[in-house]
Design a protein around this ligand. Structure first.
Ligand SMILES: Cc1cc2nc3c(=O)[nH]c(=O)nc-3n(C[C@H](O)[C@H](O)[C@H](O)COP(=O)(O)OP(=O)(O)OC[C@H]3O[C@@H](n4cnc5c(N)ncnc54)[C@H](O)[C@@H]3O)c2cc1C
Length: 356
């Protein structure tokens, strides 16, 4: 059985982002890499969106970028600008093609379906398969999105809608999210923050149909694409070892209050590339502790006070949108953190701080 210097378990977003980062920085010229990925073929299965607060390698996979966004609760809408940090949507189909095409040019990189096909004893391992504990009280961000195409122009493609809370909450947190790619094509997603115990939340298609036809009042449209997912809003159990680092969701790269993961994966890949020769000595890369702490409290509030969450999110976006974007993208300074914290209902958060 063949030996490899490096093994990446899981050729999804984190595995491929890391392999690409290593490859374009010539780290795999004299080193071998095995990527373990069970899927038979790569096709578009996700849309990764985020505020572009740091550079990344995938600008050419961006399907659309927005400088304006809105957020609304019943009877109130905020329109915000984000030209300093445009909101970008990456098409996973373009991402997979770009990365695989590049990796295939290097004979030192091989793909396998199963780790048993190789000898992994002497390799450094990057693992992206999360080990998720079963706890019925953990929160998930679960959602379903469909890309619809309308006959006539309908959408304002300059303005994406981050959160529309003007919908049923069913005793948890629920909103719609609309990414208008063109005037007649948009991704419309129904998103829940919940423990997923209530099966009725999963009638996604009915929710989207109702939103499109009765809320947006669109009758003539067709569905071109659908994606579904559930992002754990808790850290997986995976532990790092002397010859193994966890990456992606498995490596704790999800910001628990938002589900945003893509840019954290890119930062982690860069960190690994820069420290490749020293990985056993450097401190593990993680989302800054202050965000882990604040997110923990925020999630407690979601669990205990789901009813006030639409107004909390709405309030968070009052004032400078740059500050909120930096906070949600782990790039805020102390004063910016403070300005967000001060917008939150004090007693609710103080009680959550003490676990009540
Ligand atoms: C539908 C969806 C939309 C999302 N949208 C956003 C977004 O807009 N913005 C954002 O920041 N984040 C988003 N996320 C969260 C996060 O960015 C993604 O989940 C991202 O794909 C995480 O990357 P990953 O490599 O950790 O996991 P994945 O991309 O899921 O990769 C894991 C890989 O491991 C493979 N695998 C599974 N089991 C094994 C095994 N036993 N052995 C080897 N390989 C295995 C899988 O086939 C997969 O290819 C989204 C998540 C989902 C599910």
């Amino acid at each position: 059985m063949k030996d490899f210097d490096y093994i990446i378990i899981g050729g999804g977003c984190a595995g491929l982002s890391l392999a690409y980062e290593l490859e374009i920085h010539q780290k795999l010229k004299n080193k071998t890499l095995a990527i373990i990925e069970p899927r038979d073929e790569y096709k578009k299965d996700k849309t990764w969106s985020f505020w572009k607060i740091i550079p990344h390698n995938f600008d050419d996979c961006v399907k659309k970028s927005w400088n304006n966004f809105s957020i609304n609760v019943p009877n109130k809408t905020k329109f915000l600008e984000c030209s300093n940090y445009p909101y970008q949507s990456i098409d996973s189909g373009l991402f997979y093609k770009k990365v695989i095409d590049r990796l295939k040019q290097n004979k030192n990189i091989k793909f396998f379906k199963n780790i048993d096909e190789i000898n992994s004893k002497n390799s450094f391992i990057f693992n992206s398969v999360p080990q998720l504990k079963k706890n019925n009280n953990d929160l998930w961000q679960h959602f379903c999105g469909v890309e619809i195409e309308t006959k006539n122009n309908f959408f304002d493609d300059e303005m994406m809608n981050l959160m529309d809370f003007d919908c049923e909450q069913r005793n948890t947190v629920h909103f719609f999210y609309t990414l208008p790619y063109t005037k007649n094509k948009a991704l419309i997603e129904t998103t829940w923050l919940s423990t997923m115990k209530d099966e009725s939340e999963k009638d996604y298609e009915k929710q989207i149909k109702d939103y499109v036809e009765n809320h947006l009042k669109l009758k003539e449209y067709k569905i071109n694409y659908k994606e579904e997912g559930a992002i754990p809003l808790f850290y997986p159990l995976n532990k790092s070892e002397s010859n193994k680092i966890n990456i992606g969701t498995a490596g704790g790269m999800t910001r628990l209050s938002t589900g945003y993961t893509f840019l954290n994966i890119q930062e982690h890949s860069k960190f690994i590339r820069e420290n490749l020769e020293n990985l056993t000595k450097v401190k593990l890369f993680e989302i800054e502790k202050k965000y882990q702490f604040l997110d923990k409290i925020f999630l407690r509030v979601i669990k205990k006070n789901s009813g006030i969450m639409p107004s909390i999110f709405f309030k968070m976006f009052s004032g400078s949108s740059n500050t909120v974007i930096k906070f949600l993208s782990n790039k805020s300074n102390f004063l910016e953190d403070l300005s967000i914290i001060l917008k939150m209902p004090k007693w609710t958060f103080i009680k959550a701080l003490f676990g009540r």
